[in-house]
Design a protein around this ligand. Structure first.
Ligand code: GUN
Length: 283
């Protein structure tokens, strides 16, 4: 068997086109959705992500503002910047790009963002709302994955879903969204014994470990839907996922490529979250 490819780029384009339509409708009411992205320091990967996020905003008609701050600013300075954005009526969404420099407490910075503008969905209030089944903002990567599963008509009710990687950004919120959709969810972490025994049970397998090629074909149930969140640079400079693509493709029923799978959907859902914040009149 060769797995069907799940085209995240094409779906992201569709989602972004829908966002652009809704942005036009809001503009008729005199509101231009605005996203502020805060980048501290010069991490090369973060610079690329931030550039892509700002470009996607502009293309869909949202206003974006990128605040670039030096790596050695104080945590207090960053907190002051965030608080100013909280009070800025032209800013509906605030995203502080992670990771932050080591001398800053990322949790404290995220808590300083107004929960009503937390388009990443990382604020403790938004994490709690998600966990209790009343989400305000869903974190963009898991939200994009749910959209992909929906567009592929993947049945989640009663399905075995296995998530590998338990980060606050992807793994934990992913587990919550799959659970809310009626899946039986297993959340694996770096201490999980016999990972293959877990992943081989999965009808839907989501891998977000940051370890290139960690999940191989023999760890996948034949016909499973495999979602690869990893974006790693291989020794030859090419992008590779956390799933070993060739061996996985021979076993899975459907699989996301890297690049062109989850990555584009993450940005598309950031636009959705920002648009919805503006639609809710978050100021
Ligand atoms: N760093 C890597 N992914 C993300 C993300 O989705 N949001 C933010 N703020 N930082 C990130």
């Amino acid at each position: 068997m060769t797995a069907r490819l799940i085209d995240g780029k094409a779906l992201a384009d569709t989602v972004k086109a829908e966002v652009a339509q809704r942005v036009l409708a809001l503009k008729d009411r005199g509101v231009v959705p605005g996203l502020a992205v805060v980048l501290v320091g010069e991490d090369p990967a973060s610079q690329v992500y931030v550039r892509n996020k700002a470009a996607a905003c502009e293309k869909a008609g949202l206003h974006s503002r990128v605040l670039r701050l030096a790596a050695d600013i104080s945590e207090q300075h960053l907190l002051d910047v965030v608080r100013q954005l909280n009070e800025d009526d032209a800013v509906h969404g605030i995203l502080v790009q992670l990771p932050l420099p080591k001398h800053m407490d990322a949790a404290k910075v995220i808590e300083a963002i107004a929960a009503s503008k937390d388009v990443d969905g990382f604020h403790i209030s938004n994490a709690g709302l998600l966990m209790t089944g009343q989400p305000l903002f869903r974190p963009c990567t898991p939200y994009g994955i749910m959209k992909m599963l929906e567009s592929e008509n993947v049945a989640l009710r009663g399905a075995e879903a296995v998530v590998v990687g338990a980060s606050n950004i992807v793994g934990k919120p992913m587990a919550m969204l799959l659970l809310a959709a009626g899946a039986t969810v297993t959340l694996c972490n770096s201490k999980t014994r016999d990972l293959g025994a877990q992943t081989r049970r999965a009808d839907v397998l989501v891998v977000a470990t940051g370890k290139p090629g960690m999940v191989k074909g023999d760890m996948i149930k034949p016909g499973a839907v495999v979602i690869d969140v990893g974006i790693n640079r291989g020794p030859d400079g090419k992008l590779v996922g956390d799933v070993e693509f060739e061996s996985a493709k021979a076993v899975a029923g459907a699989i996301t490529p890297v690049p062109g799978g989850v990555g584009p959907m993450t940005i598309a859902m950031l636009l959705v979250n920002t648009l919805e914040a503006a639609e809710r009149g978050a100021t």
